[in-house]
Ligand binder design. Structure first.
Ligand SMILES: *Cc1c(COP(=O)(O)O)cnc(C)c1O
Ligand SMILES: [Zn+2]
Length: 440
């Protein structure tokens, strides 16, 4: 296992005969695991603790592991004096203090914009859009990958890998290129052309698999077991990777002037992001960085892949896997690993989960573009359309201050809107022709 001493590389004869030779012991001390204030991994099911390592499942019950910390005191000015990226929150992430001294994509601190025109269209009083299209590879995945890479470096991995629904492929290939690592990216063969090209350009190994994302994910788990130095960011280093999503919550709170919004709408693929936004808000409260305040977390899915929404609406605790069929491919995970924890967070905070059709997704993309000048990918269309539906059915309070997470850029999913958009006219090069076209 990477991160522990690789015994194959040690000459055992040397260890037994030359006890004075402290070579291997020196190696251990100089490469001591430095993951900042992270203390251990804790099982989300049974609460068992285990030392920080490249583990992702509980040895007792196979439950998912999560990073726990010894935060001590962290102040607003510690954060505000930090770099203009997610690394301003490095003390709250499983990364070493010098994380930003290694080449990395420096994601985060994307803009939070007041969205008055969209608010009016949706019938909401105070609305903000967290525009994560502004990340280095144009989706929120740069956040989680940057944290995964930093932890993977500490854990002794050499290759950055992932199964991806698209955005993760971009983020992994770019982060590896910048860090000088090799990358292995596995995608479903149905992936949008734009997302293939915007991954391939970074020149890692890009492999299409004939199957759904869930098939690709299973394949990655199998490969991770055989390749000790491959960090599959969302598989064998998932506990570290997932922590990167907390930075969305931290930024929203800091950008609101160190307070929590009343309501936040989050798209759901595996469900990790939603659970970590909730964890981020709780940590800010526990650290005294924001006033304690009730907040409600809402989830958004596409109807063509809505296993979490279906469980929520049926009042079930169990997620029944589905075969995805939606244009929102970045959210098309039929067996979402964090689904049950999404249900917990949404129910505990008094939120709700909705799902919308592909036609509504396209309407959501166009509504956001028309009212706020932001071109989101299909996941953003899902968030906007679900927010609209949640207001209409009375679940989202129109008087509550609300944040929508717009997590990816529309340039990556042009095929979703292509059939709906076009020119007003093509005219001869004279003013009269233009005026005529405008009257039509
Ligand atoms: C991956 C992704 C998400 C959500 O991911 P989770 O697996 O639920 O954490 C949301 N939006 C976009 C654009 C994504 O690529
Ligand atoms: Zn356990």
């Amino acid at each position: 296992m990477a991160g522990t001493l690789d015994t194959r590389s040690i000459d055992t004869a040397t260890i037994h005969t030359a006890t004075i030779d402290t070579g291997p012991i020196d190696t251990m001390t100089t490469t001591a695991l430095d993951l900042g204030l992270a203390r251990q991994l804790v099982c989300r099911e049974c609460g068992a603790g285990t030392p920080l390592a490249a583990e992702f499942a509980c040895a007792e019950c196979f439950g998912p592991l999560e990073v726990a910390y010894n935060f001590g005191r962290i102040t607003r000015s510690d954060i505000e004096s930090g770099p203009p990226s997610i690394w301003r929150y490095r003390k709250m992430l499983p990364v070493p203090a010098d994380v930003d001294e290694h080449p990395n994509t420096q994601p985060g601190l994307t803009r939070l914009i007041r969205a008055d025109r969209l608010a009016k269209a949706l019938g909401i009083r105070r609305l903000w859009v967290k525009d994560d299209t502004g990340n280095p590879t144009h989706s929120f995945k740069d956040r989680v990958v940057a944290v995964a890479l930093a932890a993977a470096r500490q854990l002794g991995f050499r290759v950055l890998a992932c199964p991806s629904t698209g955005n993760l492929a971009n983020a992994v290939a770019a982060a590896a290129a910048r860090a000088g690592w090799e990358s292995v990216v596995l995608i479903p063969s149905s992936l949008e052309r734009a997302k293939v090209l915007t991954t391939a350009v970074y020149d890692g190994a890009l492999i299409a698999v004939d199957g759904t994302y869930d098939d690709v994910n299973r394949l990655a788990t199998e490969l991770a077991a055989d390749h000790e130095d491959w960090a599959f960011v969302n598989v064998n280093v998932r506990p570290y990777y997932a922590e990167g999503s907390k930075t969305l919550a931290y930024e929203v709170a800091e950008q609101l002037g160190w307070r929590l919004p009343d309501q936040i709408v989050v798209p759901i693929a595996s469900g990790s992001q939603l659970t970590k936004v909730d964890k981020g808000f709780r940590e800010l409260t526990e650290l005294g960085l924001v006033q304690p305040a009730p907040y409600r977390v809402f989830g958004a899915q596409a109807t063509g892949c809505s296993p979490v929404s279906a469980a929520f609406k049926a009042g079930r605790d169990v997620i029944v896997p589905v075969r995805p069929d939606t244009i929102a491919r970045s959210l098309a995970i039929g067996a979402p690993a964090d689904g049950p924890y999404v249900l917990d967070a949404v129910r505990r905070t008094n939120g709700a989960i909705e799902d919308v059709t592909d036609a509504e997704v396209v309407d959501g993309i166009r509504l956001l573009a028309r009212t706020e000048g932001i071109f989101a990918e299909t996941a953003g269309g899902v968030t906007v359309a679900c927010a609209k539906k949640l207001v209409e059915c009375g679940q989202l309070d129109p008087d509550g201050e609300t944040v929508l997470l717009i997590t990816g850029d529309g340039l990556k999913t042009l095929d979703a809107v292509e059939a709906h958009l076009g020119l007003r006219a093509t005219v001869a090069p004279n003013a009269k022709a233009v005026r005529e076209a405008l009257r039509r």
